[in-house]
Every structure is written in structure tokens, then in C-alpha cells.
Design a protein around this ligand. Structure first.
Ligand SMILES: [Zn+2]
Length: 492
């Protein structure tokens, strides 16, 4: 049950770069414990105390989930601003700002923030996605107040010298070279996003187009910071060994003191309906071809409306196709039990964005096996969905993916960081603090007939964008100044 996420986060990306093929438009993917888990979960879920949400005097949101199993705490600051809030000409500015947030305040020198967190016995990082920017630390619970003071100072008073920006933008451009320009697959998925979406800002890469990075000024980044980093557009999420009322009082004193500012209105920039197939060929020096099929899909908004119900069924469909080893795509395309027993692909996958601030997709991908054309691989991917549209899924498959989902939710609770991350994600998307419980109980009610029904309704060519990576030895990768010294990447 892979949720497509779209993050720029170094630690995750080094772990999951290998999986990036299966996670289109993603430079990183969060670990998905459910994939490796087949054991039955305990019949009763010992859920920690439910999270509580408060609004501070200046409009900032505070979400606290006590979990007193270990003397540790996860502290995250989420800003409801990501690459989707950028405009043409300054793509990549949300991510550039995330980097500049480590460059100091009137009372902190550049780089000092992370050294202070380490001195508190913690570790920290940050990431930018299409929907959000988040700063996170994990540290001993006894040092939470110090952490809150550091983060409130950074949120309200980050500043940098122009020179500092000029050095950092070179690091960011290097990040783009290493993660996108030197990866034919990443470039194909970037080109695919730009074709799938026309009006939606999801069409732009999170890291930004290179020419926009070349032209970016320190003032562009400061303006973005001034515009979006206001208390009413942010939430502090704390999970771990804490007392809710104590944390609330601290947050009122520390974060609540930041002056309030209005959040600027957002333009809707809705994606117009797609009315016919789109197709893209991306030619590059590459070892193997790749084919990706993206279908426009509805999303979960927490309710019981038809679109939300369909999105739950699509989540199950994605898991039935690719939620565990030996799932349908693997069995049929990779192990070769489908299409006359022929091995079609070296790898194949399905992913679906269950929710987000922008429009979501259901994506099928394959790396064709030696001697197999991308057309054949694409046909085999479509055939697996068509088979479910025709014959439905078995009760055993349905039960298996539901059990797996439940187990995944339980394992997620093992980490206070995962809890904070999930709560923050729900807040970013306007969902309630009990969204995880809602989601679990709603998923539990999805029927095999609903899964068959979405397989019948959402996979027409009308809604399809196909992208093919065509290996072409005559193409040279962009000259990245092969002999010039290259700046080292930072961690975020
Ligand atoms: Zn970065």
C-alpha cells in the first residue's frame, strides 16, 4: 500500500533512491513498514492516548500526542507551504528557504541551530514537499522547552547575509544535478509531471527548474519567508513523553508570543479535466527503458462522500497490485505467471496518492525485461487492472491487505517521529487529528465489489498520461562541468 510522497529529504532519499522508480515524482519516499509485514497484528490495538489539538492566541496550531513509553520526544514544526505555493519564475523557492532556515537568527550564527540541537542530545533535519515544509528534531523529553525556544526563534527571526545565500544556492543546484539531472528516470518523471498537470502547480519540480535556481535572488527567498511563515500558517506537532497541559502552557508562552499575521489568500489553480490520452518519450543515455502510466484519480478528504469512498477502494487496489511481495504485478509481470507465462518486466509497481493539497494520480510503472518492448509492458500493466475490472478480487486478497494496513498502523506507533510526521501531514491536508483512526475504520469497510468498481471506472485512456524512458546512447547527459569542483551537499 504505497502512498506516493514527494519529498526532498536527504536521509530518506539515500535509503529509498532505489525505490524511486516505484514512486514517481518522488525524490524520496518515506519508509513503508506495511510492505515488509505479513504477520497478523494483535486483535486489539493498544493505541496511545489520542492526539489533542489547540489553537494558540496568534493562530498557530499545536498538536500534542503523549506517548510515555520512552523518555524521548519528537518536535516538528510544519508550515503549510510547499512547492505548490510557488509561482512561475521562482520554482524551488520553498526548498531554498528550507535550506536558508539553517543560516541563523540575530542570536544564532549560520549552522549554529543544528549544533545546539546536538548539544541538547538531539538530532534534526527538515524536508520540503509539494504540500508542506517541515522541520523536525528528536531529543530527550527533558530538553523540550529548550528546543521550543530554539525553533520559535528560528521560525520568527531567521536572517541571512546575501553571501550566505549565494553559497547555499550553489549547494541547491548541485542537489538538483545529483538527484535529477544525472538520473534519466528522475528527469523522465519530472517531464511527466509537467505533462500530466497543466494548471496545477504540481507540474513544477520541488527542487525547481535550473534556470529559476540560476536566477533566484536572496530577496525572492526573503519575500517567500515573509509571505508564508506566519503563525496561522504553521503548526507545532509534539509526540512523546510529555504532559499535554504542560506542553500547552509552554507553547502559549514560547510560540504564542510570535506576532500574528494574516495568511495570504491562495488562488485555486485547479487542474482542468483531461479529455484524451497524453504521451511522452524521454530519450537519454540509460541502461534500461521504463514505462509509467498515470491516471487522474480522486482523493480522500476524510468524509464518506463518493470520491473519498473511491479513494479508499483505489488504496486497496494499489495494495492488491503491489502491496506485498508476490502481489499481482510481481507475480504476473516479474515472476512471469501472466501473459502466457512470459517474463515481462524486471520490476513493476503501483502507487497512489491517497490525499494531498493538489490533484492525485494512480500510477503503474514497469522496467521491461530484456527483449520486451515498452508497449508490451504497458499492455501487461493495463491487463492486470482490466482483469480486476472483469473478475474482481478475492476475499483472501482483501483480507490480506486490510490486515497489512492495520499492522502497518500499529508499527508506525512504535516511533514518536512517525506519529508526529503523520499528525503533521494530516494537519497540512486539513484532516482531523483522528484521521488515522478514521482511515483505518473506513478502509476496514471497503468491499471487493468497490475495488472492482474503481478498476472499471478510473483507468480509461481518456485520463491516461504515458511516459516512456527510451535508452538512446547518442544522447549525452547535460554537461555538469565534469572537471569543475562541485559543492558538497548538505543534509536537507
Ligand atoms: Zn535540499
Amino acid at each position: 500500500m504505497k502512498r506516493t510522497t514527494h519529498l526532498l529529504d536527504t536521509r530518506l532519499s539515500t535509503l529509498f533512491l532505489a525505490a524511486s522508480l516505484l514512486s514517481p515524482w518522488a525524490l524520496a519516499q518515506a519508509p513503508s513498514p506495511d510492505r515488509a509485514t505479513t504477520a497478523s497484528p494483535p486483535s486489539t490495538v493498544k493505541s496511545p492516548v489520542l492526539a489533542q489539538r489547540f489553537t494558540l492566541a496568534n493562530g498557530m496550531t499545536l498538536i500534542v500526542r503523549p506517548d510515555r513509553r520512552a523518555p524521548t520526544v519528537a518536535h516538528m514544526l510544519w508550515v503549510r507551504v510547499g512547492s505548490m505555493d510557488e509561482v512561475d519564475g521562482t520554482s524551488g523557492v520553498a526548498h531554498a528557504l528550507e535550506h536558508m532556515m539553517f543560516k541563523g537568527t540575530p542570536s544564532l550564527k549560520p549552522g549554529e541551530f543544528s549544533r545546539r540541537v546536538a548539544a541538547l542530545g538531539g538530532r534534526d533535519n527538515a524536508f520540503t514537499s509539494r504540500d508542506a515544509t517541515a522541520y523536525h528534531q528528536q531529543l530527550p523529553a527533558a530538553r523540550l522547552e529548550d528546543m521550543m525556544r530554539l525553533e520559535a526563534d528560528r521560525f520568527a527571526r531567521t536572517q541571512w547575509a546575501d553571501d550566505e545565500f549565494r553559497r547555499e544556492i550553489e549547494v541547491i543546484k548541485e542537489e538538483r544535478r545529483q538527484r535529477t539531472e544525472e538520473s534519466p528516470r528522475a528527469r523522465m518523471f519530472e517531464a511527466m509531471s509537467a505533462m500530466v498537470y497543466q494548471a496545477s502547480p504540481y507540474r513544477r519540480p520541488i527542487v525547481g527548474w535550473m534556470s529559476d535556481l540560476d536566477a533566484m535572488t536572496p530577496e525572492d527567498v526573503r519575500n517567500f519567508y515573509q509571505r508564508w511563515y506566519s503563525p496561522a500558517n504553521a503548526s507545532v506537532v509534539i509526540a512523546g513523553d510529555v504532559d499535554v497541559q504542560q506542553v500547552r502552557a509552554l507553547a502559549e508562552t514560547i510560540y504564542g508570543a510570535i506576532p500574528s499575521r494574516a495568511v495570504p489568500p491562495r488562488k485555486p489553480r485547479l487542474e482542468p479535466e483531461q479529455v484524451g490520452p497524453r504521451r511522452l518519450e524521454f530519450r537519454a543515455v540509460a541502461e534500461q527503458a521504463v514505462v509509467a502510466l498515470a491516471f487522474k484519480a480522486p482523493q480522500w478528504t476524510g468524509g464518506t462522500d463518493p470520491a473519498s469512498q473511491d479513494s479508499l477502494a483505489l488504496t486497496v487496489l494499489s495494495a492488491v497490485l503491489d502491496g506485498y511481495s508476490g502481489a499481482r504485478l510481481d507475480r504476473s509481470l516479474v515472476q512471469g505467471s501472466g501473459l502466457g507465462g512470459k517474463r515481462i518486466a524486471d520490476s513493476a509497481g503501483a502507487s497512489y496518492g491517497l490525499y494531498g493539497r493538489g490533484p492525485q494520480l494512480f500510477t503503474l510503472t514497469a522496467v521491461p525485461a530484456q527483449g520486451v518492448s515498452t508497449d508490451t509492458a504497458a499492455a501487461a500493466l493495463k491487463a492486470e487492472v482490466a482483469r480486476i475490472a472483469r473478475e474482481g478480487i478475492s476475499e483472501a486478497e482483501l483480507k490480506r491487505v486490510k490486515t497489512q494496513w492495520t499492522a502497518g498502523e500499529i508499527y508506525k506507533l512504535d516511533s514518536v517521529f512517525n506519529q508526529a510526521r503523520e499528525l503533521g501531514n494530516y494537519w497540512i491536508n486539513g484532516l482531523d487529528v483522528d484521521a488515522a483512526e478514521q482511515l483505518m475504520s473506513q478502509l476496514g469497510r471497503v468491499s471487493a465489489a468497490q475495488v472492482q468498481s474503481v478498476a472499471q471506472r478510473y483507468f480509461s485512456d481518456e485520463q491516461l498520461t504515458t511516459a516512456v524512458l527510451v535508452p538512446d546512447p547518442t544522447r549525452r547527459s547535460p554537461a555538469a562541468g565534469a572537471n569543475a569542483p562541485r559543492p558538497a551537499l548538505t543534509r536537507h
